[in-house]
Each structure stands twice: as structure tokens, then as C-alpha cells.
Design a protein around this ligand. Sequence first.
Ligand code: MSP
Length: 473
Amino acid sequence: MTKKLVTTAIYYPNAKPHLGYAYELILSDAIVRFHKTLKKEDTFFLTGADEHGQKIADKAKAENKTEQQLVDEFAEVYKNFETKIGIGYDRFIRTTDLDHEKVCKELWIKIYEAGDLYQKEYVGLYCVGCESFKTQKDLNEKGECSDHLKKPTELKEKNWFFKLSKYQEFLNQKIESGELKIIPDSKKKEILSFINSGLEDISFSRSKAVLSWGIEVPNDPTQVMYVWCDALTNYYTGGKDIWKNANTLHVVGKDILRFHAAFWPAMLKSAGLTLPLEILVHGHILSNGQKMSKSLGNTVDPEEVIEKYNSEVLRYFMLKNISPFDDGDFTWERLKDLYNADLANGLGNLVSRVVKLCEKHLPHLTSLYKGEEQLESAHKEFYDFMKDYDVMNAMNYIWKLISETDSYMQSNQPFKVIKVDEKAGKEMLEILRSQVYTIANLLSPFMPETSQKIKEIIKENKMPEKPLFPRYE
Ligand code: MSP
């Protein structure tokens, strides 16, 4: 049986996780959980931390710590955070893990043996925020990196170079044909245009004299691998056992499209390894119209959302109100309004009204659930959205069911009918209860705890004292 390997980008552990980072994790987690409900393929969910490179070295220096101390501290922060927001990963990879170092060196040697690495003296502009070389066309009118709003520094080094240019036609063909599927289509177009504007070879190592925090290049103790070469390889280290036959989906933000849709597949091809199947490129969480980022200092702490509400509300907000294919804004006001409308008044209120009536009039629980296959055929539209990773529309579908169920209750008024025609009233309540159960089932990949709670409430046929989602003033 093939396996579905789902990966997130791995994060620079140089600050507390912010809301943008949480988005990618929650989106990927929902996709994995949904895939599990299909029971067609096993899944492996890989996430982790990108622990080498200039950014980490600079931060450690500023904090008077060793790099290892810094990344050890943050690895714990990140793992705890992921547990808190319900991320069910199978491995949390760290690029300082020993197996990763070994795999990186093996991959390097394969690429070297393919004749795709050579040495060159190089002068270029480097943005530490992106950990990437920049050309003039990547900069804004002030000569700054448009993501980090900082001028890149000039670097002059003798480095190893990877022959990316050799793979231009190969990449074009794989992406154009859809063999390597880039989602959404707008990002496919963007990367094809980048590839076809002419690929240049890329610097693949850094001189140890300038930066020593990295994985040493095999047979060249003067150099460490370029941090992106090391970071991208994490997917192969983590997925190695299943890589060859896996249906791999990389979930990444739009700022790192090139690395994933051009550099990485070229590296894999050079090393003679299988390519991923799909790359889902999501937008950014914005704060006042600007990408939320550590370097810009405009981040929102997701822990604050969890403290004020809870992790399920955070997941709800991210998945229902932000399209995976576009940028989305977070504001506290927007969160409060949507919470009150969709969770307190919408879902919470429906569950409470239905269960209260059932508790009073339907003492025996009859069969509720039609089985997975029937669920799929009854809600094909929802399943189709999810197969396209259109998580926001899948969530909207659930809320459409919530409001339809609400309307059914309003127009049929089972609470009145039951007084004059008990049988008809009970039938209506059975329908309502089974509908709420279906809603809970469909919700499970997105809000797993809420889904479980609703199912338990229905099975116990008793409304708990406290509302599921109290109104937030
Ligand atoms: N370390 C690299 C990735 C290496 S993957 C082999 C990196 N790290 S990052 O911490 O800057 O970003 C990690 C992921 O979070 C990326 O996919 C990035 O696009 C995403 N996001 C960072 N800020 C974000 C938002 N404001 N909104 C949504 N996603 C964001 O890049």
C-alpha cells in the first residue's frame, strides 16, 4: 500500500512560534486527519525545526548562547506548542539530528557524483531573513528584500555551486504536465514563469571561516552546506523509509515556493530519487496588510488566542476564515465576531437546543450514524473540496449544514409538534440528532476535540452544565 507523506516547512527556531507558523501546522494537520478518515492510505506527518544557518548563529550570538543551546531550548518550545494546538505529527525532525546529518552527506555525495557540484568564487547579495541570495529584481525600490524590508548584505566567498540551470527543462516539463502538481494554479504559473525566465546555478555551501554552524561538506572541511540544502533534505531524512513509493505532499508558504518547486525537485532528480507528488502553496497571515513575521516584529502570539479562547477556536478561525490559496487577515475583532456568530450562536446553540429536546423526549438512543461510505456519498461536495485541499470551503460546507439544520428546526418546530403528534415530533428529533452527529463527524479533522465532545454529548443524551462555546463579550 502507498503511504501519504505530508510535510510542513521546518521552522527557524529563533523566536516563539507566531500565528503565521501556526496556520501552516493547523492546515497540514487538518489535511492529515481528513486523509485518515478516508482509510485508503496510511499517513506519515512530518514537521520540525530548521536549526542551522546564519539566522540561528546570529541569534545565539546576540543571546550569548551556543547555537546548540539556543536550538535545544526552542525545540522544546515548538514541540510543546504543537501539542497544545493538537498537531498529531509522526516525527518532529531537527536538522541537528544525527540521522539527518548522515542523510545530508549521502545526498550531497550523490549530487556530486552526478557531476552537479562545482566550486566558484562568488559575490552576491544575501538576505539573512530569507537565508537566500538575492538579485536586483528581488528587491524593492529602496534596495531592500521585499519580505524582510532590510537591505541584503554583500557576500564574497568561494563556495560549492549546484547546477540548477541543467534542470530547467526537466522542471518545466514535470510542473507543466502536472506530474509534480503545484496547487493552486496561480502558483503553478508563477513558478513556471520563474523557471522559464532562466535558472541560474545556486550557491550550495558557505565558507566555515564566515559561518561554521552547519553540516560539513563531505571531503571539504573548509565549507558547511548551504542551510536550504540541509533544510530541504529533512523531507528525505524523515520520509526515507517510505519515500520511493510515497504520495508526498509538501505544504509550504508562498515565500518559499522556489526552494520547494525548483531547487528541491532538481536536487532529487540529480540524486536519482523520486519527486514529491504535490506542493500546496498557502498564502500568508497578514497583520495590517503586511506579512506577519518575526523579522518585521508584527506577530500575534497564538498562545494568547489559546488563553483567551482555546486551541479549538484557533483551529476554527484559521481553517474556516482563511483560504489556503490566499492571504488572510487576523484581527482580534474579527476573531470575536466570528466566534460569536459561528461557534456561540451557530454550532454551540444548535447542539444545545437539539440535545435539550432529545434529553427530554427521546430517552433511547437509536442508530445514529450511517457509516463512512454513506457519509461520503451524502456529502460529496465536502469530500471534493477536501480532495482539492480547499479546507475553507469544506468548513463553509459544514456551516451550511449547521444553518440548514437550524432552519429545519425553525420551520418544523418539533418542540410544538411533539405536544400534538408525539410520533411525528420524535421523528423530527431523530433527524436533528443524526444531523448534528454528522456535523460532528465532518468536523473531526478540523476541530477534533469539539467533534469528540459533541459525539459524547449525543451518545450520553445529556447537555453538560457549561455551554460548548460561551458568548464572548
Ligand atoms: N526554515 C525555512 C523553511 C525550510 S523548509 C525545508 C523557513 N522557515 S520560517 O520559519 O521562516 O517559515 C516556515 C513556514 O511558515 C514557511 O512555509 C512560511 O511560509 C510559513 N510562514 C511564515 N510566516 C507566515 C505567515 N505570516 N503566514 C503564513 N505562513 C507563514 O522558511
